[in-house]
Design a protein around this ligand. Structure first.
Ligand code: DGL
Length: 293
């Protein structure tokens, strides 16, 4: 029985962290990944524009690539456009916000959590709402400098592949700039939390680009604070939601290799160069698609 195709969508490369987590869990499946790189960043745009872009991207994955399940590997699109995506396609659609909030709830003792995300995600307060429904208080902060730093790979690439080696590795100059940006954002957020009487013990990475910076976050958070990666949480939730046909087909042949098709709306060469690093394995030939303006 052929395995259904799982569509994974992000505005850029960041969603490859979600795809990577998904491939780890169901390596025998077929995946189609779309990075809407021509229209990145979504995080500084209006709800209306994000909804249009996300719906067009979802239709491409379902109508042209045959995706039978969609994972929205973008917090911004999940926060502002999940309804629009669900209206645009007829397959099951999962976003990253609910799984992120559920993982935060499982990890937090104090029930106060910090969330960092794009401007649009923070302004939507989707995390505040999702966390509230889990019995958590959330304090959110927009960190708009971080997505460009990830897209430009101002990170320590070796720490992306082997996060556990991060402490031993020297931080290269570009990553040091990013580390300082993170330090400032977290200092502002933790002082606001103290001023408002929060006692947070969890930091949610509410943007799928941020897991690429995880070693730098690990070094910057207060002692004892746990970091929740919405990519891992979403991949876990996706595996649960994906229908029985996929589960049984994926479990069937352990010899079946992962089938992956990657698409981008711009910068195919850059995607091929950087994407493999983010995915932890070759992305292969990336195909350029035109979804309009
Ligand atoms: N990956 C997107 C997210 O998770 C952010 C990138 C963007 O601003 O387009 O929110």
């Amino acid at each position: 029985m052929p395995t259904p195709t799982i569509g994974v969508f992000d505005s850029g490369f960041g969603g490859l962290t979600v795809l990577r987590a998904l491939i780890d869990r169901i390596p025998q499946a077929q995946f189609a990944f779309l990075g809407d790189t021509a229209r990145l960043p979504y995080g500084s745009k209006s709800r209306r524009t994000i909804a249009r872009y996300a719906a067009e991207s979802a239709r491409f994955l379902v109508n042209e690539q045959g995706a039978e399940f969609l994972l929205i590997a973008c917090n911004t699109a999940s926060a502002l456009a999940l309804d629009a995506i669900q209206d645009a396609v007829s397959v099951p659609v999962l976003g990253v916000i609910e799984p992120g909030a559920q993982a935060a709830s499982a990890a937090s003792q104090t029930k106060d959590v910090l969330v960092i995300a794009t401007d649009a995600t923070v302004q939507s307060h989707a995390y505040t709402a999702a966390c509230r429904s889990q019995g958590l208080r959330a304090l959110e902060k927009a960190c708009p400098l971080l997505v460009p730093l990830v897209e430009e790979a101002w990170i320590d690439a070796s720490t992306v592949i082997a996060a556990s080696a991060a402490e031993a590795a020297p931080v290269p100059p570009r990553a040091a700039v990013t580390a300082e940006v993170i330090r400032i954002y977290l200092a502002e957020l933790t002082s606001e939390a103290a001023a408002r009487g929060f006692n947070p013990d969890v930091l949610v990475l509410g943007c799928t680009h941020y897991p690429l910076l995880r070693p730098l976050f690990e070094a910057a958070v207060p002692a004892g604070m746990r970091i929740i990666d919405s990519a891992q949480a979403a991949a876990d939730a996706a595996v649960q939601s994906i229908n029985g046909r996929l589960a049984s087909a994926a479990a069937g042949s352990s010899a079946r290799p992962t089938e992956l098709r990657c698409f981008a709306t711009d910068s195919v060469e850059k995607f091929e160069r950087l994407g493999s690093r983010f995915l932890g394995q070759p992305v292969g030939k990336v195909q350029l698609v035109d979804l309009g303006g």
